[in-house]
Design a protein around this ligand. Structure first.
Ligand code: ATP
Ligand code: MG
Ligand code: MG
Length: 388
């Protein structure tokens, strides 16, 4: 019936396009790179820079509603498009998520009502703020306020001298210094909020990061303490509501040891889009996070998604395409696909690089135990490190 547009051509855009096509929508992708994962899935590729007005004009002309798959798309581009077409999430929400300083200020403002706040932190934009950084934040992590992802733009610091050196290495750009917390676990919550304010959500999933990059997501219902899960969900819904957010929003949490059995929740950050930790919803839920994004954008009804199978997702990073000697190789997909409940997703990226997200593998089964066993078998085939 109408055309949905997406800014950005990565794997999130690809999976959005595929979900939109399933519901009969035509799509258009604006992306500067040729052969991007989303452009491959979409006959209408506008090859232009995200800030190119001619490209944006074309996108607006072809589309009825437009979203973004790329967190760092210029918020200005979304603002410009929103004067012409329906755009979700809004430029303001995306701008907030693009800037850790603004994001943490929003989290702090919501903290009392949400019952959970950010890690102790200080803003470091000036030499004076660097001097005045509280030693109570050490050891800590210095994070650039903008453009960081997959742990890039972060430095761990233990002393004032290390902090100073790290800020210089990061180019003296605006940063936040966050206290390094003893993590018991990490989890994330995906909520979808419609234009009418209706919110639906998935149960929180548990995430394991390696070198700052998501390595694994475990979505086995019942595996997280119920009280903790419920608090994470209600805090996420509140954060979305306070922003007047429309679309799929992912909120990342830390679980830290506070002496209680469950542990305490701390807000880490949010992503204004479907999220890597929600990829399992494609194979383990009746409605995926990408379909919910389509529904919010197209103004279709939202329904509470139902997870029909426990799942575990393994990220497939570029290093799998190289052997120990650094020679190119192809992972043994046939062996992986021989495992019952293995769902392989490759994004069609032409070049593998270490740390680059090339695809993911979701394992589903009839029980959490079975899913874990299959995932360990897949990890052994692929040469992925096992996990606790
Ligand atoms: P993403 O790709 O999720 O956007 P990012 O680069 O924005 O990641 P963060 O989510 O801030 O980075 O941090 C990446 C990971 O580093 C976290 O998931 C966590 O494992 C670890 N980490 C970040 N901040 C802290 C902290 N204050 N204490 C302990 N560990 C932390
Ligand atoms: Mg981030
Ligand atoms: Mg993160």
């Amino acid at each position: 019936p109408c055309t949905l547009g997406v800014l950005g051509g990565g794997q999130l855009g690809r999976m959005f396009v595929q979900a939109a096509q399933k519901l009969g929508y035509a799509c258009a992708v604006l992306e500067p790179e040729d052969h991007s994962p989303a452009a491959q899935a979409c006959p209408q590729h506008i090859q232009a820079d995200y800030a190119d007005l001619l490209g944006l004009e074309q996108l607006a002309q072809r589309c009825d509603a437009i979203t973004t798959e790329f967190e760092n798309v210029p918020a200005e581009a979304l603002r410009w498009l929103a004067q012409r077409r329906a755009v979700a999430p809004s430029a303001a929400a995306v701008a907030l998520a693009q800037d850790r300083i603004a994001e943490k200020a929003h989290f702090s403002a919501c903290a009392q009502q949400a019952g959970v706040g950010p890690a102790p932190y200080a803003v470091i934009e000036t030499e004076a703020q660097l001097q005045a950084a509280p030693t109570a934040l050490l050891p800590g992590i210095l994070k650039t306020a903008r453009l960081g992802y997959d742990g890039k733009g972060q430095q761990r610091v233990h002393t004032g001298a290390e902090l100073r050196a790290a800020w210089q290495r990061l180019g003296g750009v605006p940063c936040v210094l966050e206290r390094l917390l003893p993590l018991k676990a990490e989890l994330s919550v995906l909520v979808a909020r419609g234009r009418d304010g209706q919110v639906v959500h998935y149960p929180p999933q548990r995430n394991l990061h390696r070198n700052g990059i998501l390595a694994l997501t475990e979505a086995c219902p019942g595996s997280l303490p119920a009280g903790l899960a419920a608090r994470a969900v209600s805090a996420s819904a509140l954060i979305a509501a306070q922003l007047g957010y429309v679309g799929v929003l992912c909120v990342e949490f830390f679980v830290i040891d506070d002496g209680s059995a469950e542990g305490a929740l701390v807000l880490n950050e949010m992503a204004p889009r479907p999220h890597n930790s929600g990829h399992y919803t494609l194979d383990a839920c009746d409605v995926s996070q990408f379909e919910l994004q389509v529904r919010t954008l197209a103004g279709l009804p939202l329904v509470a998604p139902r997870q029909h199978s426990p799942a575990l997702m393994l990220n497939l990073l570029g290093e799998l395409w190289f052997d120990a000697q650094g020679q190119a190789r192809s992972p043994d997909w046939a062996a992986v696909l021989a495992l019952p409940g293995a769902h392989l997703h490759l994004y069609g990226k032409l070049e593998a690089r270490p740390g680059r997200k090339m695809g993911h593998l979701t394992l589903t089964g009839s029980s959490a135990q079975q899913v874990r066993a299959t995932a360990l078998a897949a990890a052994a085939i692929l040469g992925l490190a096992p996990w606790p």
